[in-house]
Design a protein around this ligand. Sequence first.
Ligand code: PGA
Length: 249
Amino acid sequence: MRRFLIGGNWKLNKGIIETSEFATYLLKKDLNINNIDVFIAPPFTSIPKALEVFANSTISIGAQNMFWEEKGAYTGEISPLFLKELGVDWVVIGHSERRVVFGETDEWVRKKLEIALRFGLRVVICIGETERQREEGREKEVVEKQLKKAIEGIEFDPESISIAYEPIWAIGTGKTAQPDDAEEMHRVIRELLGKKGDKVSIIYGGSVKVQNAEELLRQENIDGALIGGASLDPESFSKIIKIAEGILC
Ligand code: PGA
């Protein structure tokens, strides 16, 4: 059965000192993570520190991106092999900031998915529409295209991938999708996944915080959250984890 997943996407925040401080604070919380998966995705250079400080915990470590080749003349890129070598479990691909700021295409997402699975990484594939696309009523069409282009024809174990529905207009803006609207999109995504749909965790991202987490996470088709801003503060991140655990108890 699909599991709840809470991911912290730190983006370009927290070097090694802040990573240690965060862990010290978070690990003092009595988290009792039993029923859900939790990962934190720090910047690449903080990953070794994160792996060290969370080594004896139930928190896994992810990367925010990686390249689609194992090695070669690709200046500035990071190989899935290196992530695996470090002990990273998760990788986020296709985040909207990668798509918008760095020109990441659906084709890149697909290539990254293929190699990540080959290396045994668990993958979060991010999809989501812009505000304009939603205003034009094209949100389902956009999300369907992104999802199909990423996964069509790829063999995958449903437990090794998670889909993050992140409406771009809700990311870092404080605007959150209405729980009903998010639920409706998650239902559509599950349908698009066909037979495997029931086993894939579909998580929501976009200004998730302590105040709105419960209502979102209680929706039938929302299986967790990808959290940016609120994951930087151990207090709010731990509260959201507790909310998720509480729903499953
Ligand atoms: P946010 O970011 O929670 O700060 O909106 C979410 C994300 O980008 O994954």
